[in-house]
Design a protein around this ligand. Structure first.
Ligand SMILES: [Zn+2]
Length: 280
């Protein structure tokens, strides 16, 4: 017959939250864990007993996340540079490409934006070149109703990546993300992890993107906060902790999207914190 002392730990393990993922946690006794019941915060598959333990862990995570330089478009296998794609399609002449590349290098503005601004290529040429370059189809935005999307991505991230969610397929949780200015693969992956979905890239026309963005910006709700030029992991961790307490957070997620660190806090309401990291 099983003794009571053997059963008790199993009962408590089933009733109490999982052990805190902070190795330095002071609240490890059964009593402390019982007291913290309901105060825990999840960070992906980790559980933290309190905002304090989350903050301690975040300082480490953030040190790694902020150390990564803001990547450009990220890795895409066998991708021909946009300039060469436009050249090979006859949309751009060699002289035009040289002018555009020089402007791109001097200003830091994306090559796609430069050639469009200079009027070297039409939007249609650009959209189909982008689609050919990445091997993903052009998605006509007009066909979809943006209000029906069950996902939310901060407007600041949509703007800084010329990106829009265009369709969500329940089956396989596939989120179609349209890019008007080249696919940002790193951001695509980050969105997938943040929203627990399978992100599928596609190409959208710049004018359709701008039109849709205008409508979105006018609807802008107070669900995102932007912090500029805060780089210290300790400071960012403190801010996330303080909003976690304020919102009674049950879950926090953090992703790096090029120059932004995106933290999503889910509690009594959902709030996105965006930290724009300054490159040293
Ligand atoms: Zn703890």
């Amino acid at each position: 017959m099983t003794s009571l002392s053997a059963i008790l730990p199993r009962i408590s393990a089933a009733l109490l939250p999982s052990r805190c993922a902070n190795p330095n946690c002071q609240q490890t006794s059964l009593l402390a864990r019982a007291r913290n019941l309901g105060n825990g915060i999840r960070l992906y598959d980790r559980h933290f007993c309190s905002p304090d333990c989350l903050e301690q862990h975040l300082r480490e995570t953030l040190r790694e996340l902020t150390a990564v330089p803001a990547r450009g478009e990220g890795k895409s296998p066998n991708r021909m540079p946009l300039g060469l794609t436009l050249l090979s399609r006859g949309s751009l002449t060699r002289e035009q490409l040289q002018i555009a590349l020089q402007q791109h290098r001097e200003s830091g503005v994306r090559l796609g934006d430069v050639v469009l601004t200079l009027g070297f290529v039409t939007e249609r040429q650009m959209t189909s070149a982008l689609a050919m370059q990445c091997g993903y189809p052009v998605y006509p935005l007009a066909a979809e109703n943006p209000d029906s999307l069950p996902v939310s991505i901060p407007i600041r991230l949509l703007e800084s990546n010329s990106m829009l969610p265009v369709r969500f397929a329940e089956e396989g949780s596939r989120l179609f993300l349209g890019f008007a200015c080249g696919i940002q693969y790193g951001v695509l992956e980050a969105v997938g992890r943040m929203l627990s979905c399978d992100p599928v890239p596609c190409v959208i026309a710049m004018s359709e993107y701008r039109e849709r963005m205008q409508a979105l910006v006018s609807l802008k709700l107070d669900t995102e906060l932007i912090f500029d030029g805060l780089n210290a992991p300790g400071e960012i961790a403190r801010i996330i902790r303080s909003y976690s307490i304020r919102l009674g957070a049950q879950e926090v997620r953090i992703e790096r999207c090029r120059e932004y660190l995106w933290a999503r806090i889910k509690g009594r309401q959902q709030l996105d914190l965006l930290f724009r990291l300054v490159q040293s």
